[in-house]
Design a protein around this ligand. Structure first.
Ligand code: T4K
Length: 375
């Protein structure tokens, strides 16, 4: 008799009980403020500053608009050094600003931008570095800042994956660089359906960002820049306030799932679980494994085998950004210049991890990976 089994996706958004959200909806209906920096928007900015331990936050409609605006806020132009091993929005935010991305290879340990390769890519046109804390694992922030200081470059971190991550000094990873940009997309550890934020250290920059995300308006009749509409709505902000009440439990469950994968896949030849990069508080936003030649099957064969079993693991980040048509003719996109990123993109597979993943469903994932190792 065949058993019905439900599909298991790489992630599932955390959703609190709908009843918890209804009072917020009722307030929105009562006061009829739907957007443009309403009361829930303000409350969420304050609550996130407290929760994350940062000075200022400007909420956005999504992380991509946050990246585009962060570059404008710091008046970044010319060339920006970035990683090819990320979601395509990282480099797209540069093209949207008429900036040329210059791809630099990643480090095999952290899968983040390799600081030892940055200097060779700096030209007179370079104005900034845009690294990514990939999978929420912090970049080598000290080494990157040293280079930025030496060459007078800005640093904007794409911190889309790094909600709640703290360094070994106990401080938020979001305090590094000139700006950090978060994503609150449905697939992220903290979600507002769609959403994002720029974390910034000073009130003046926050004010400029707030103008830029509201078309450049400073008051009813003054527009200071060709800003965009990047505002988060009241519904999204209200949902964020509810989410925040559950975030500790959600992260704790992710930690359990992470630990079980590590234990049960530890002895499997050819499977390497990517380690964190020394953070004191991790967020377990993804669970990437690298499938090497010692495994009985290729990464793609394992991906297909999982799909046959209704398990939808994802190859984040394959293809590399530098392999997409709008980037691949750039000299820095040449795969020979990006050997580590190219190798990792061929091996990576992100396994399902989310708070509602049951022990039984995680067991299904592990059984397929271990079983495929034998047949
Ligand atoms: N920088 C980095 C480093 C990023 O990773 C991202 C986004 C950004 C910048 C840009 O931030 P945003 O502008 O998005 O705020 C997803 C997300 O759309 C994207 O936000 C994310 N990175 C990227 C890594 O992953 P897809 O195309 O893989 O998503 P999708 O729709 O295939 O969803 C994956 C699985 O999640 C589904 O199989 C089922 C589940 N899911 C998804 C959604 C949207 C749900 O259960 N419910 C849902 O509502 O890109």
């Amino acid at each position: 008799m065949s058993q019905s089994r439900s599909p298991i996706y790489v992630t599932k958004p955390f959703l609190p009980d709908l009843q918890e959200f209804m009072p917020y909806m009722e307030k929105i209906w009562a006061n009829q403020v739907l957007t443009n920096g309403g009361p829930f928007h303000q409350q969420l900015e304050h609550a996130l500053c407290d929760h994350l331990g940062v000075e200022h936050i400007a909420l956005f409609a999504n992380g991509t608009l946050g990246l585009v605006t962060a570059l404008q806020a710091l008046r970044v132009t010319g060339e920006v050094i970035t990683t090819p091993y990320s979601f395509v929005a990282t480099a797209h935010s540069l093209l949207w600003n008429g900036i040329k991305p210059v791809f630099v290879d990643i480090s095999r340990d952290t899968l983040n931008l390799d600081p030892s390769k940055i200097e060779a890519a700096i030209t007179p046109q370079t104005t900034a570095i845009m690294p990514v804390h990939c999978y929420g694992h912090p970049c080598d922030v000290e080494a990157i800042q040293k280079i930025a200081d030496n060459y007078n470059l800005k640093v904007i971190y794409d911190a889309a994956h790094a909600f709640g991550v703290r360094m070994d000094d106990g401080h938020s990873v979001l305090r590094h660089g000139d700006l950090s940009v978060l994503s609150f997309h449905a697939t992220k550890v903290f979600n507002t359906f769609e959403g994002g934020a720029i974390v910034c250290p000073d009130a003046k920059t926050k004010q400029r960002i707030d103008h830029l995300k509201n078309f450049g308006f400073v008051d009813e009749t003054t527009v200071v820049a060709p800003g965009i509409n990047g505002k988060m709505s009241e519904i999204n902000a209200a949902f964020g306030l509810v989410q925040l009440q559950h975030i500790d439990a959600a992260l704790a469950r992710r930690a359990e799932i992470d630990a079980r994968y590590r234990t049960e896949l530890a002895d499997l030849p050819g499977v390497r679980c990517v380690r964190d990069s020394g953070e004191r508080v991790a967020n377990h936003s993804y669970f990437p494994i690298l499938v090497g030649p010692e495994y009985l099957h290729s990464r793609d064969a394992l991906y297909a085998r999982l799909r046959e079993n209704d398990i939808y693991a994802r190859r984040y980040f394959y293809p590399l950004i530098s392999d997409f048509p709008m980037y691949r003719s750039m000299p820095s996109a040449n795969p020979s210049h990006l050997p580590v990123a190219s190798d990792i993109a061929r091996k990576v597979l992100c396994l399902p991890i989310y708070p509602a993943l049951s022990d039984a469903d995680q067991g299904r994932v592990i059984d397929v990976i271990r079983g495929a190792c034998r047949t």
